[in-house]
Design a protein around this ligand. Structure first.
Ligand SMILES: Cc1ncc(COP(=O)(O)O)c(C=O)c1O
Length: 437
């Protein structure tokens, strides 16, 4: 939360967006300026309040307009496939409210994710409880709230569901080839195809209601053909169900792993859509409902984090002057994505010598680097006492001072949600803007 004074400063300069007019639960201001303008305003608001505690804490700017643009892109390129946003990637309350107001579905992995989504008025039919191994009390909770659609990948889970929620609508999560993904979810979940027929038979014997198949090609997938291959596997399991004598399956869930807007090379969303859309149409008739569980796709490019340089060390190595910078969010905070999600993060200079480095970029339309003078090999470290807490080992940066700022774009997925408070550091707050015009 920013303080009342900061809000007032920002509000004076920036009218709030209309995006949430129909949302009764809006609890935070949403500005309508560019991300960089919001950052500048925030820094200005700090400098007029030097006495204020914690004023130089790291902060995010979340661009709800970017989330909305991603939604429009999805609709344009994968019109048949209904997105169910994977809440785990970023359960930010404003993002969830925006996506709820757009009418999309939600992939929840736990009771509290389900609760969060229900709390903003989403009907239970717009939720899939996509966790193949669920805590018993969470299944009871799902049953009490009519969240019927859920995944499984093993017989033990079927017996549990039979006891706790016999009317649940089940999707069999199958194993796919996730060798071309950074996070190989198949190590943990997904039934191999040589076991799926037996599982379907068990479900039939238990008189359970299996309605379809789900898969996940792995998070950070870098080969679009993995999606088409998984669709072929899913088709085989649909056919197995028919063989076993289950009622015809009605849902295919193609999971997550879709690249976000910041991915411009290698696998892009356009490439995935060009492979996945036709593969689904070729193998599944129109009466089969097709859903997906995109997470990072919606949020990665929508959040920028600004970190404050809280310390600098000068090091001379092999006759070269190098710098070590210490910033106030790190690997134990929002940058846990480096460790857990294999993300690469890129530092950019926000202020240098106390002056906004962005000014030149915006006024003269030249890259900031051109105007920065010499650069030095620099490493950037988080604020904790642990040496694993390194965000960039060899960045080329101009000399920054203690008190300058560094910003990092594309920090919206698997960042804040998995941040700890290790060493007593706070999670970074979020300021919202809407750049959709
Ligand atoms: C079951 C499931 N669905 C969807 C997702 C979202 O994946 P991504 O953010 O790569 O789209 C995940 C991520 O771990 C997941 O486990």
């Amino acid at each position: 939360m920013h303080t009342e004074l900061e809000t007032a400063v920002l509000l004076d300069q920036a009218p709030q967006t209309k995006l949430f007019d129909k949302q009764p639960m809006q609890d935070k201001p949403v500005y309508t300026r560019s991300v960089k303008e919001v950052i500048k305003d925030k820094l200005d608001a700090m400098s007029v309040q030097k006495w204020e505690l914690d004023q130089e804490n790291a902060f995010f700017v979340g661009d709800l307009g970017e989330v909305y643009r991603q939604h429009l892109r999805w609709k344009a390129l994968l019109p048949r496939i209904e997105p169910f946003f994977a809440v785990k990637s970023n359960p930010d309350p404003m993002v969830v409210k925006l996506l709820a107001s757009l009418g999309i579905g939600f992939d929840c992995a736990s009771k509290s994710e389900i609760q969060q989504v229900l709390n903003v008025g989403v009907e239970p039919s717009r939720i899939i409880y996509a966790n193949p191994c669920k805590q018993a009390s969470f299944i009871r909770f799902a049953a009490q709230h009519n969240v019927a659609r859920m995944t499984f990948d093993n017989a033990e889970e079927l017996y549990k569901i039979k006891k706790l929620y016999p009317d649940a609508e089940l999707l069999l999560r199958i194993l796919t080839d996730d060798s071309k993904s950074l996070c190989q979810l198949g190590l943990k979940f997904g039934a191999p195809l040589d076991l799926t027929e037996d599982l379907l038979q068990t479900a039939k014997d238990l008189n359970l209601n299996v309605v379809g198949v789900s898969f996940h090609v792995g998070s950070g997938c870098y080969d679009e053909n993995a999606f088409a291959d998984a669709v072929v596997r899913a088709r085989r399991v649909f056919d197995q169900a028919e063989k076993v004598g289950l009622p015809a399956f009605s849902i295919l869930d193609v999971g997550g792993g879709f690249p976000s807007n910041n991915v411009k090379e290698g696998i892009t969303f356009e490439k995935v859509a060009a492979v996945l859309g036709p593969a689904v149409d070729a193998l599944f008739p129109p009466e089969v409902r097709v859903i997906a569980e995109p997470g990072r796709y919606y949020v990665a490019s929508a959040f920028t984090v600004c970190t404050h340089v809280i310390g600098r060390r000068t090091v001379v190595a092999e006759n070269e002057t190098q710098y070590m910078y210490y910033v106030n969010d790190g690997m134990y905070g929002s940058f846990n994505c480096i460790l857990f999600d294999h993300q690469e993060v890129y530092p950019q200079v926000l202020t240098r010598g106390g002056k906004l480095a962005l000014d030149n970029e915006e006024k003269n339309n030249v890259k900031v680097e051109d105007d920065k003078g010499p650069t030095f090999t620099s490493s950037i470290w988080g604020p904790t006492c642990d040496s694993i807490d390194c965000l960039a080992k060899e960045a080329k940066l101009p000399v920054l001072d203690d008190g300058d700022w560094i910003y990092w774009e594309n920090m919206g997925a698997y960042t804040i949600c998995a941040a700890s408070k290790f060493n007593g550091f706070k999670q970074s707050e979020v300021i919202y803007t809407n750049t959709f015009e």
